[in-house]
Write a protein that binds this ligand. Structure first.
Ligand code: DGI
Ligand code: FE
Ligand code: FE
Length: 192
């Protein structure tokens, strides 16, 4: 991925996202880059995945569903009731179609950034965590501790985020995607 390509992605994203989402996106991109330095992953891939992770976020819900229908992207009942969840899956598709991404790990990191999944790759984890801890986020509990843990132990940070996300969703009475649950169970049972 050349510098020029990254500039092109910036320009397109600025049109596709509202101002707040674009700021969040930049926050995720540089937080992901910092985590990639720490965990010796490809810096440019982390930057591109961070930039594009929410590329489908500002599409209207009805349009999200329409795009999924048009391109035969599977939509579960839970996603139909909570179409905002689709921005992850759809984001992976749009990253390939509109932004020319060919790298499987980047696409995977975008697709899995909302619910996570068991056996996440290193780039998946980096984007999942960067999304939660980027500097423009203010409201989540334990942010200070999770930000610190992200640079000490990536799996522990992941588990802390999953735990807090499930607590938050349960407190609101929001339905839990089976993938969020599976991811939590997997990491709870697989790390000390
Ligand atoms: O797109 P962002 O706001 O940057 O962050 P995100 O893609 O991680 O997720 C947005 C929301 O999705 C966040 O408030 C948590 C929520 N979420 C994650 N897992 C589930 C979920 N919502 C429901 N209903 N069910 C889930 O399993
Ligand atoms: Fe998102
Ligand atoms: Fe995000």
């Amino acid at each position: 991925m050349k510098e020029n390509d990254i500039k092109k992605i910036h320009r397109k994203l600025e049109k596709a996202l509202d101002k707040k989402r674009f700021e969040h996106t930049l926050g995720v991109a540089y937080t992901a880059t910092a985590l990639a330095m720490r965990y010796e992953e490809d810096l440019k891939k982390a930057e591109v995945a961070g930039l594009l992770h929410d590329c489908a976020k500002c599409i209207e819900n009805s349009k999200k569903l329409a795009i999924c229908e048009k391109y035969n992207i599977q939509v579960s009942d839970l996603e139909r009731k909570n179409p905002y969840l689709l921005h992850a899956k759809l984001g992976g598709f749009i990253a390939m179609q509109k932004y020319g991404v060919r790298d499987k790990e980047i696409v995977s990191a975008i697709v899995n950034h909302t619910t996570g999944c068991p056996h996440m790759g290193q780039l998946d984890k980096i984007i999942y965590i960067a999304d939660y801890i980027e500097p423009y986020r203010h409201q989540a509990p334990h942010l200070k501790a999770i930000r610190k843990m992200a640079f000490l132990d990536i799996d522990k940070a992941l588990l802390m985020i999953l735990e807090d996300t499930l607590k938050y969703l349960n407190a609101l009475g929001n339905s839990i995607d089976p993938m969020t649950e599976k991811t939590y169970e997997y990491y709870k049972n697989n790390i000390q």
